[in-house]
Design a binder for this molecule. Structure first.
Ligand SMILES: [Zn+2]
Length: 406
């Protein structure tokens, strides 16, 4: 089993499927559709039913239940990898019988076990990395490989109880558009699990609430030699907006359940400029404070620079599904129980980011995130252990068995 899962994972990471934030197409890159087509034909070979490839970016399939449970359960993984680091020509490296020491890759990339959350668990096991020139793509090809293997195993062994199952492979998760074209009625699950988490042992029930803040400033340009009383400098105004946010609120000074305000980019000349920011917080009240802070900065800066045109656009990106998951605890409780059965541990966790499930929960399908075992996503230090992949597979399987037995 473990070998087939690893083989499948290794074959997927070699396929380039990076999303592209600069594209307005859907999906944002054609390589994602190429990958979906490969998965589509594999699903047919495995024997999945109702396979449907929506060319705008989602591949759906289904499997009838085998057992007494009739709640429809969905499994979701995203096929794209982060555009932050190249995912082209990934050459995976297997570090078998790992001795617990730092792993050095090409380009002086060093993975220090003490910088990770959970690597030490895998001493004696097999750590999988890239060669150091690209990301690995465990985020989320681990999830894709696990779901494919789950489908294969459930079809091969009908003695395993399972609920009616729906699966979906999505695109553009990494550029925040994973749910833009998702069809909840085609999918048709009552509850879902994204297999897109990190450390084994954690069932993620909370994500950030997320907003973007887009500032635009129009100044007035004139030769600096004769600028007195005339020049209005957008560069200075935008810089001042950033400095009005306390450094305590920045991501580099935040951890755990703390949120942040993150200035992503400033592009500006004297006459015109813009500042893009993202705001993150686990609680509604915390997010309210962050939004109000942006509005008071806007007010203040308008008073200070009456001759500049200043605009602030605040847009909601996704919400923390935590409160939805409080209404019916079954998807959380069964995942915790499944994890207990599979790996003898399990606790609720949160991710300092979002998943497809953050939005899907608010589209009517409460969704919990399960771990893949990988770490350092979106970087050349990304790694996953063969034993972590295997553990994740068992967690998903045991969780489905519980739903199938009810
Ligand atoms: Zn992911």
């Amino acid at each position: 089993m473990s070998e087939q899962l690893t083989e499948r994972f290794l074959s997927y990471v070699r396929i380039n499927s990076a999303s592209d934030p600069t594209s307005t197409a859907s999906p944002s890159s054609s390589c994602q559709v190429d990958f979906l087509r490969i998965l589509e034909s594999e699903l047919r070979k495995i024997g999945m039913e109702h396979i449907e490839l929506d060319e705008r970016g989602t591949l759906y399939a289904a499997l009838p239940g085998e057992g007494s449970g009739n709640t429809v359960i969905g499994l979701i993984a995203h096929v794209d990898t982060s555009p932050d680091v190249s995912g082209k020509d990934v050459s995976p490296v297997l570090h078998s019988d790992w001795d617990g020491k730092a792993i050095t890759l090409q380009s002086n990339i060093v993975i220090e076990p003490e910088e990770t959350m959970d690597m030490i668990r895998y001493v004696g096991g097999t750590i999988i990395t890239s060669d150091g020139t690209t990301l690995l793509g465990a985020d989320d090809k681990a999830g894709v490989a696990i779901i494919m293997e789950i489908c294969r195993c459930l079809i091969a062994d009908t003695d395993i109880p399972r609920p009616p199952l729906k699966i979906a492979f999505t695109t553009d998760e990494e550029v925040g558009r994973g749910m833009d074209n998702f069809n909840t009625s085609t999918f048709g699950a009552d509850f879902a699990y994204t297999v897109d988490g990190s450390v084994i042992g954690k069932v993620d029930t909370q994500t950030f609430n997320a907003w973007s803040a887009h500032w635009k400033v129009k100044g007035n340009e004139v030769h600096p030699g004769s600028a007195k009383g005339i020049l209005v400098n957008s560069v200075r105004i935008l810089a001042e907006i950033v400095t009005m946010i306390s450094s305590e609120e920045m991501p580099e000074n935040s951890s755990g359940m703390e949120g942040y305000d993150y200035p992503l980019s400033i592009t500006s000349v004297t006459a015109v400029g813009e500042l893009k920011m993202i705001l993150r917080d686990f609680t509604r009240e915390g997010m309210e404070t962050r939004i109000n802070r942006m509005r008071s900065i806007e007010k203040w800066i308008r008073i200070k620079y009456p001759r500049a045109e200043i605009s602030l656009e605040l847009t909601e990106q996704y919400q923390n599904p935590g409160e939805i998951l409080l209404k019916d605890r079954r998807p959380v409780d069964y995942a915790l129980k499944g994890m207990e059965r599979a790996v003898n541990e399990g606790e609720e966790g949160s991710i300092r980011g979002g998943t497809d499930g953050s939005r899907l929960s608010f589209m009517g399908i409460p969704t919990v995130n399960l771990p893949t075992g990988g770490e350092f996503f979106h970087s050349r230090k990304e790694w996953i252990a063969e034993e972590g992949l295997e553990a994740s597979f068992r967690i998903v399987l045991e969780t489905l068995k519980i739903w199938g037995e009810i």
